[in-house]
Design a protein around this ligand. Structure first.
Ligand code: AMP
Ligand code: ZN
Ligand code: FE
Ligand code: FE
Length: 282
């Protein structure tokens, strides 16, 4: 049996592994195929692809966009993207700028609470164009201002805590269209995490291609529930570990193994869509 992990982060966003380290771990775990899905960026894809080629592993260029449907935050995974697509690169660059501005605001709010975190220390630690809350949390731990990452999120960074800054998001429809025009498939990430079932029909209406049924934080019951949604709405089934590096002393990569036939179905849909657009243009 061949397996894939289609939800992975590197240090091009809030993961801690380099693309090469991630691929080495994927190889160690016997994965036949991986997708890189860094937040609002595709920058790590070139290096990850080169590293997979060296170990004859299949690579899918991807991203994880933060979007919203109404006032519900939803993460949209993009797969088989053209990572040189101009519109995709222009749009995600805007959201990366928002992310950097948001780091300044979060640190200012933390400073107002007399916690002397330095914004330069956060950027030095993040060292990427698409920084996020985990970088602020890690900088707080590194400076000895909190005991651990959980404390950082609980005290400051979780939704509605004092340093939580909402970020400007694209609509789910815009996210799905952005992925489609870059040749990709749009998949709803970890639906079980934020109780977003009620928005699924609207996403389907917006031409969502798939749903992430298997995820580290999904119970078996949740996975079964989303497999039913997939069947009902004719959605592709995906899955991944959402590995961000070491979590409680071990990396999550390898804990979610998606049977490879789901990747075959994804590829068939990409090919079908390419054929349809070629026919239209003839
Ligand atoms: P951001 O995109 O900056 O809002 O950060 C979101 C990321 O923060 C997620 O992808 C998770 O990796 C991480 N995260 C969110 N909530 C928590 C939490 N309560 N504890 C630890 N990490 C979290
Ligand atoms: Zn993340
Ligand atoms: Fe996510
Ligand atoms: Fe993720």
């Amino acid at each position: 049996m061949k397996f894939a992990d289609l939800h992975l982060h590197t240090n091009f966003s809030d993961g801690t592994f380099s693309p090469e380290e991630l691929v080495a771990l994927a190889n160690k775990n016997g994965l036949a195929c991986i997708a890189l899905t860094d937040h609002d960026t595709v920058e790590g894809c070139t290096r990850a692809e080169e590293a997979t080629a060296a170990v004859t592993m299949e690579f899918i260029p991807g991203t994880e966009l933060t979007a919203e449907q109404g006032d519900v935050e939803v993460h949209i995974l993009g797969y088989f993207l053209d990572t040189q697509n101009k519109k995709l690169l222009t749009e995600i660059a805007k959201f990366q700028a928002v992310r950097r501005q948001r780091i300044h605001e979060m640190v200012a709010r933390i400073n107002q609470l007399d916690v002397p975190l330095k914004v330069d220390d956060v950027f030095a630690l993040a060292n990427c164009r698409s920084p996020g809350r985990p970088h602020v949390a890690r900088a707080l731990v590194k400076a000895g201002l909190v005991a651990n990452l959980d404390e950082a999120f609980e005290r400051f960074l979780k939704k509605n805590r004092p340093a939580w800054v909402p970020k400007a998001k694209m609509s789910a429809l815009e996210g799905i269209e952005l992925i489609h025009q870059a040749g990709g498939l749009a998949v709803m990430a970890h639906p079980g995490l934020n109780r977003t079932d009620e928005i699924i029909p609207a996403l389907v209406e917006a031409r969502l291609d798939g749903i992430e049924c298997f995820h580290t934080k999904h119970s078996t019951t949740m996975a079964e529930r989303y497999l039913e949604f997939a069947e009902k709405y004719h959605l592709l089934v995906t899955g991944g570990s959402d590995c961000h590096g070491f979590s409680k002393n071990r990396p999550l990569i390898g804990t979610v193994k998606l049977p490879y036939d789901h990747v075959e179905r994804m590829k068939a849909k990409v090919a079908e869509r390419k054929l349809a657009t070629t026919n239209v243009h003839q």
